[in-house]
Design a binder for this molecule. Structure first.
Ligand SMILES: [Fe+2]
Length: 283
């Protein structure tokens, strides 16, 4: 076994989320010997989208890849960052267009080699209670077929005689940005055995269902968030309460800063020789 550690960190909300990740992520990486980190940054700009500076701050704190979701389109000027930064992802299943026209900026796929290990990150978005974008299930298959090869089927890393194969396949992490727990668990079972770690984002509330699925993928329904937990999903409770009570869409603001902020996510131990997860625990 060659055990490596990956961390996936939940949505960074506002300035306090950014300050929290800057203070806590470098310490976590060092203390836990984490080799690869994804951070969902889609709410870094006061809860709505990201700026280029936000992206750079999250990368400087130790993220290898920054993932996102439906809020990533909020800041029009950020779309150029999506086009130029290979480490900045948007959900892959937004309409991709034809070979001659790309409808939506950016990519939902990153492949990064660190110390002889290929780390692939795939960012997908759900459709239940969300925008009716392309199918995340078909999009996943499409990306795997293009980038990893059709040879990668269920139990891809185990040979016919049941022995682990050499590390010819990359280690794959999936950030599934979705509202519905049912859709998140369904996709997790769909990709089980084909990825090392799949984690949900978007609800900002950490779930307690982290586990290793039957075919070896580590899973959690939602990573939670990074920022001020004394809030309604990172935003000011008073405003959120009025929105829900009156059904009037008052503009939301991030909750007033309270130190220290919380960093939520998971750390998974992965056998780099088989791609299978051997443990997952919440941060
Ligand atoms: Fe979010």
């Amino acid at each position: 076994m060659n055990i490596v550690k990956a961390a996936m960190i939940g949505d960074v909300v506002g300035e306090q989320g950014l300050e929290t990740i800057e203070a806590k992520l470098p310490v976590l990486i060092k203390e836990q010997n984490i080799e690869f980190v994804t951070v969902n940054g889609e709410n870094a700009a006061e809860g709505f989208g990201m700026t280029e500076k936000d992206f750079q701050r999250i990368i400087a704190a130790g993220a290898n890849v920054v993932t996102s979701g439906n809020h990533i389109w909020e800041k029009r000027e950020f779309w150029t960052v999506l086009e130029t930064e290979g480490h900045m992802l948007r959900p892959a299943n937004y309409p991709s267009g034809s070979s001659t026209e790309q409808i939506v900026s950016g990519t939902g796929f990153a492949s990064i080699r660190i110390k002889n290990i290929n780390w692939i990150t795939i960012n997908l978005q759900g459709r239940e209670f969300m925008n009716a974008i392309d199918c995340p299930f078909q999009c996943f298959d499409h990306l795997i077929n293009i980038h990893v090869g059709k040879a990668m089927d269920y139990h891809p890393l185990i040979s016919a005689d049941g022995k682990p194969m050499p590390n010819v396949f990359p280690l794959i992490l999936v950030d599934f940005h979705a509202e519905s727990s049912r859709e998140k668990e369904a996709l997790a079972y769909y990709v089980d055995g084909r990825v090392s770690l799949i984690a949900g984002t978007h609800t900002h509330v950490q779930t307690a269902d982290e586990r290793i699925l039957p075919k070896g993928s580590a899973y959690i329904t939602d990573l939670g968030m990074t920022g001020n937990l004394d809030s309604v999903i990172g935003m000011e409770p008073k405003i959120c309460l009025e929105r829900s009570r009156k059904q009037v869409l008052y503009h939301m603001e991030t909750a007033a800063e309270k130190k220290p902020g919380h960093l939520q996510g998971v750390i998974a131990e992965i056998d780099a020789e088989t791609g299978r997860a051997v443990s997952i625990r919440r941060i």
